[in-house]
Design a protein around this ligand. Sequence first.
Ligand SMILES: Nc1ncnc2c1ncn2[C@@H]1O[C@H](COP(=O)(O)OP(=O)(O)OP(=O)(O)O)[C@@H](O)[C@H]1O
Ligand SMILES: [Mg+2]
Length: 352
Amino acid sequence: MSREKLKIAVLYDVLEDEVADAPPPEPEKPAKTRGKAPRRAKKREKHDREEIFEALAKLGHEPFYQVVDGRDQSLIALARAEADLFFNLTESYAGDDTMDMNLAAYLDLLGKPYTGAGPHALYLAQDKALAKKIFAFHGIRTPFFATSYKGKLDHSHDIAFPLIVKPTSEDGSIGIDSGSVVGSVKELMERIHYIHEEFDAPALIEEYIEGREIYAAVLGNESPEVLPMIELDLSRLPEGAPKIAGKEVKWDKETEHYRVTKSAPAEGLDDDTVKRLSDTALAVYQALKLRDYGRIDMRLTPKGEVYVIEANPNPWLASGAEFAMAAKKAGRSYTQLIGEIVDLAKARYTVG
Ligand SMILES: Nc1ncnc2c1ncn2[C@@H]1O[C@H](COP(=O)(O)OP(=O)(O)OP(=O)(O)O)[C@@H](O)[C@H]1O
Ligand SMILES: [Mg+2]
């Protein structure tokens, strides 16, 4: 790990109206904790940016906060900000979470070095249908699917019930809840309609894969390393609820769904299964051109088949989240993990 002291901007996004009500964050000091955009409805107790800030300080770097809030001034301030590296935690711009790729592209235009995925990878991973087409090219198993938008259908396989209907370009399980898994044409039509109404976006209709929910954290560039598998145990969900990580499971703390589900290092996987999960995760990471760190979400069926559900560039890096959990299992402290991501990103911009 390099011991060079770097000036590192911890770059994150908030909504314009959230900032309007609050004083701008003091430089060099943790920003006030604020909620996320209402549509995202993320309930994070600790902000990953605060934990990353602390880790960077521990590593001997000089961190400071840089925020984009949907106003032009924040883009101008970003253009003027001087840092050796931007730790890119942005997920949206002005509440639009398809705009993370534009922020990465903006940093590229400005010639500012940053951590994590470039705009191309953010684009490929965000459009889940497009990503699945790329998986098919590489022979990576992913559930058969179709998309439907305003009566226009895109598909290449027959698909069979049960199905799960999701927005094509959201994350954080937005638009995914107990009603997402459908078993009849009527339910399917209703759910497609809901996705159109709510998101004004195509509906991704996928075959529902019953199985264990496994997450693979991948770290690195030239020779990326797959960290130990993490499992989200969905077996204790209430009777009748589909076994999926919907929005209740991820964010609605007052629900039973939230209380009875938890992530932990996956147990009881034999070496062959771990190898197939790892190889699949690695193939996805490379096919979508992810960089520095990424999390691949998979399902493992009772027969042992591995299906890729989706890829997450720049996944949530809070110390309690799956990525850090996997790093810990691999023997890395949280601070070491953050340091490694800094080194991986920095190496990309170092000539010679
Ligand atoms: N084809 C499928 N078969 C079975 N379960 C599925 C399928 N697609 C999605 N799910 C369930 O729904 C959850 C959320 O789906 P997905 O990962 O596509 O959404 P997301 O909003 O991108 O999530 P993230 O929070 O990881 O960004 C999955 O973790 C899984 O539990
Ligand atoms: Mg997911």
